[in-house]
Design a binder for this molecule. Structure first.
Ligand code: A3P
Length: 274
């Protein structure tokens, strides 16, 4: 008998589906997929590949924790299970619901420059429309009101007002339970961000600089190790529409108070205008 196989078999009996000890709560278009895939390079991490939406969808939530657990991947006891659903961040009731499941859970929030995130969000909405053979109104039409004011009722504008949502999370969770990841930095140099995340999650530094390589055609970093070599698919790293400098500076100004408030709550700056 090949003892190696036997050993694997013995270990295999120790695997089961477990509730996540870590959740990536958002933000939409912040780089949530890249964060999950990069973290998954760590041997002690098991990811749920699909977005489960257990906490933000009432129908799913009513199915109960046992249903949620069954959506999770198989893991060894010493591994961490991780899930990501970007709309958790902006949905009422989610902080309380997660807290109810596990009050000492660790949360990852990945954010990006709010204006870039807004444009990224618009690009995704436009792409989804295009798939159905329809055309989304122009960026300017959607983000500005008729009187030229920024349209805070437009969902994509609102989602970039991070401080509004973060406040709700900090009413339920302690600041130490939430690691805010810099999505702009994750694009530029994923390795640096990943090291901080390993520390936050209490993981040994097993993700190496060699696990990342820049793919010129893609224009982004991809991951590789002995068993995997992966760039994110074409829905990640879309071409953004050209926005006039005037509209850009209008939007930058608009987000200043929210950025300031966000920096204050997080306890550090992210380099966006304040
Ligand atoms: P764009 O497509 O607008 O460039 P999410 O996964 O939360 O939807 O975020 C998508 C964003 O992740 C992309 O937005 C892209 O900028 C960013 N991203 C970060 N690292 C990436 C990587 N290595 N490959 C592709 N996209 C990455």
């Amino acid at each position: 008998i090949n003892l190696d196989i036997l050993k694997q078999r013995v270990q295999f009996t120790r695997t089961k589906r477990r509730l996540p000890q870590v959740i990536i709560i958002g933000v939409r278009k912040g780089g949530t997929r890249a964060l999950l895939e990069f973290l998954n390079v760590h041997p002690m991490v098991q990811k749920s590949s699909v977005e489960v939406h257990f906490f933000d969808n009432d129908a799913k939530h009513s199915l109960g924790l046992e249903w949620y657990r069954r959506q999770m991947p198989f893991s060894f006891p010493e591994q961490i299970t991780i899930e990501k659903s970007p709309s958790y961040f902006i949905t009422d009731k989610v902080p309380e619901r997660i807290h109810e499941m596990n009050s000492s859970i660790k949360l990852l929030l990945i954010v990006r420059d709010p204006v870039t995130r807004l444009i990224s969000d618009y690009s995704q909405l436009a792409a989804n429309k295009a798939k159905k053979g329809k055309i989304l109104p122009s960026f300017k039409e959607l983000v500005l009101n008729r009187d030229g004011q920024v349209n805070v009722n437009y969902r994509a504008v609102k989602i970039s007002m991070y401080s509004i949502y973060l406040k709700k999370w900090l009413k339920v969770f302690s600041r130490h339970q939430i690691l805010v990841v810099n999505g702009d930095q994750l694009i530029r140099d994923p390795f640096i961000e990943l090291q901080q995340i390993e520390d936050f999650l209490g993981l040994k530094h097993r993700i190496k600089r060699e696990n990342f390589y820049y793919n010129k055609t893609k224009g982004f970093f991809c991951v590789q190790n002995n068993t995997l070599n992966k760039c994110l698919n074409e829905s990640k790293g879309r071409k953004h529409p050209e926005i006039s400098p005037r509209l850009l500076s209008r939007l930058r100004r608009f987000y200043v108070p929210y950025n300031k408030e966000f920096y204050r709550a997080v306890g550090r700056s992210f380099g966006w205008p304040e």
